[in-house]
Design a protein around this ligand. Structure first.
Ligand code: PLP
Length: 355
C-alpha cells in the first residue's frame, strides 16, 4: 500500500480523484468536459455557488463575511493583505513564527511599517512565541496558524482589538474555528481544500475597500466580492474539485468529525515518536502541529537507512524539509489512520533491526 505523507500539493481522497477524472470527460452529462464548459454557463455558476455555500456551511461563516475564490496562491495574499488593509502612514503587526510568516511580513514591508511583535527565528522556529503585545493602533495583526515547514500550530486565536488576519493554508478545514474572530482568513487550497490553483479568502465585509490606495483590479478584494469571484476566468478545475472534496468532507460529518480523526492520528504518531528511543520531535510539546509532524533521529547516521526502509514499505514524502532535516509526515484530512499505523509499524520494525 502507498501512503502519501507529502506536504502537498493536493492530497485528496481517491473517490474525489475518481469523480474529478470523470468530469474531465463528461461533466454532469453535458457531453462536455469541465475544462471546456463556459465559466459563465449556469452549470458552472452553480459549481461556484455550491463551493461557496459549502465553505460557509463547513466553517460556520457568519453573516457579514464574503467568501472569495481567487488565484495566485497564498503567496499573493502576502501582498494583497497589506495593499487592501494598510492605509498610508499606518503600521501592521506580524507574528514571526515560521518561514511563511516571515515571507508574509517581508511583502508587507513594501506597503508600510511592519512591527514584528515576536519571533522564534533564533531557535529555528521550534515553538510559537506567546509573550507579546499587539499595538492597539495597528491596522491589523497577521499570523500563520500552522507552520507547514517547522511543524508547529497555534490553536488559540490571539486576542486583540485590531482585525486579525490569518494564513490558514495548511490547517483550514482540519479543525473547528470561530470565523468571527478574524478580519481575513486566507488559504492556498492545496492541502485540505482542493487542487492548487484556487485561493480561498474569507473577509469581513467592513474591511472591503478600506486602504484608500489605488489598486489594480485583480488585487482588490472589493472587485472580486462585487463580482462574486467571477471577475475574470476562474480556475475552473480547481474550484470544481474543491467542491467535490468539500462534499466529501461534509459526508464524513464535517469539520468537527474530521477534527476528532485528526486528533487521533496526530496523537498516535507523536506517541510513537516519544516512545521510540530512536526518534524525537524538535518542536515544543504544546505547539505541535496536527497536520505536519516533524521528527528527527537521535543518531543522524540512521536517518538514511530509516528513510530507505520506509520507502521500501510504501511511505512516500516523509523526508523532512531542508530547514529542519529528519522527517516530516504531513497528515492532512484525506490520509487515513491506517497510513499512520503503517508508518508506526516501520518505525518499530526499524528499531528492531538496530537493537
Ligand atoms: N502559507 C503556508 C502556511 C503554506 O504552507 C504555503 C505553502 O505550502 C504557503 C503559504 C504558500 O502557498 P502558495 O504556494 O499557495 O503561494
Amino acid at each position: 500500500m502507498i501512503c502519501n505523507f507529502g506536504a502537498g500539493p493536493c492530497i485528496l481522497p481517491q473517490e474525489v480523484f475518481k469523480q474529478a477524472s470523470q468530469a474531465v470527460l463528461n461533466f454532469n452529462d453535458t457531453g462536455l468536459s469541465i475544462l471546456e464548459i463556459s465559466h459563465r454557463a449556469p452549470e458552472f455558476e452553480a459549481v461556484v455557488d455550491e463551493t461557496i455555500k459549502l465553505v460557509k456551511e463547513l466553517l460556520n461563516v457568519p453573516e457579514g463575511y464574503s467568501v472569495l475564490l481567487l488565484q495566485g496562491g497564498a503567496s499573493t495574499q502576502f501582498s494583497m493583505v497589506p495593499m487592501n488593509l494598510l492605509a498610508e502612514g499606518q503600521s501592521a503587526a506580524y507574528l514571526d513564527s515560521g518561514a511563511w510568516a516571515s515571507k508574509a511580513l517581508k511583502e508587507a514591508k513594501l506597503f508600510g511599517e511592519v512591527k514584528v511583535v515576536a519571533s522564534s527565528k533564533e531557535s529555528n522556529y521550534t515553538f510559537i512565541p506567546k509573550d507579546y503585545e499587539i499595538p492597539a493602533d495597528a491596522a491589523y495583526f497577521h499570523y500563520t496558524s500552522n507552520n507547514t515547514i517547522f511543524g508547529t500550530e497555534l490553536f488559540e486565536t490571539p486576542k486583540t482589538s485590531v482585525p486579525v488576519v490569518c494564513d490558514m493554508s495548511s490547517d483550514i478545514f482540519s479543525r473547528e474555528i470561530n470565523v468571527s474572530d478574524f478580519g481575513i482568513i486566507y488559504a492556498g487550497a492545496q492541502k485540505n481544500m482542493g487542487p492548487a490553483g484556487v485561493t480561498l479568502v474569507i473577509i469581513k465585509d467592513e474591511l472591503l475597500g478600506k486602504s484608500g490606495r489605488k489598486l489594480p483590479s485583480m488585487l482588490d478584494y472589493k472587485i472580486h466580492a462585487d463580482n462574486k469571484s467571477l471577475y475574470n476566468t476562474p480556475p475552473v478545475f480547481s474550484i470544481y474539485v474543491s467542491m467535490l472534496n468539500l462534499q466529501w468532507l461534509k459526508s464524513k460529518g464535517g469539520v468537527a468529525a474530521i477534527e476528532q480523526e485528526n486528533i487521533a492520528k496526530a496523537a498516535a504518531l507523536y506517541e510513537e515518536i516519544d516512545r521510540n528511543p530512536l526518534f524525537k520531535s524538535p518542536c515544543a510539546v504544546e505547539d505541535r502541529s496536527r497536520m505536519n509532524i516533524c521528527f528527527v533521529m537521535e543518531n543522524k547516521e540512521l536517518e538514511k537507512p530509516f528513510l530507505k526502509l520506509a520507502e521500501e514499505r510504501g511511505m512516500v514524502g516523509i523526508k523532512g524539509h531542508r530547514s529542519v532535516g529528519g522527517f516530516r509526515a504531513s497528515i492532512y484530512n484525506a490520509l487515513p489512520i491506517t497510513a499512520i499505523h503503517s508508518l508506526i509499524d516501520v518505525m518499530q520494525e526499524f528499531a528492531e533491526t538496530v537493537k
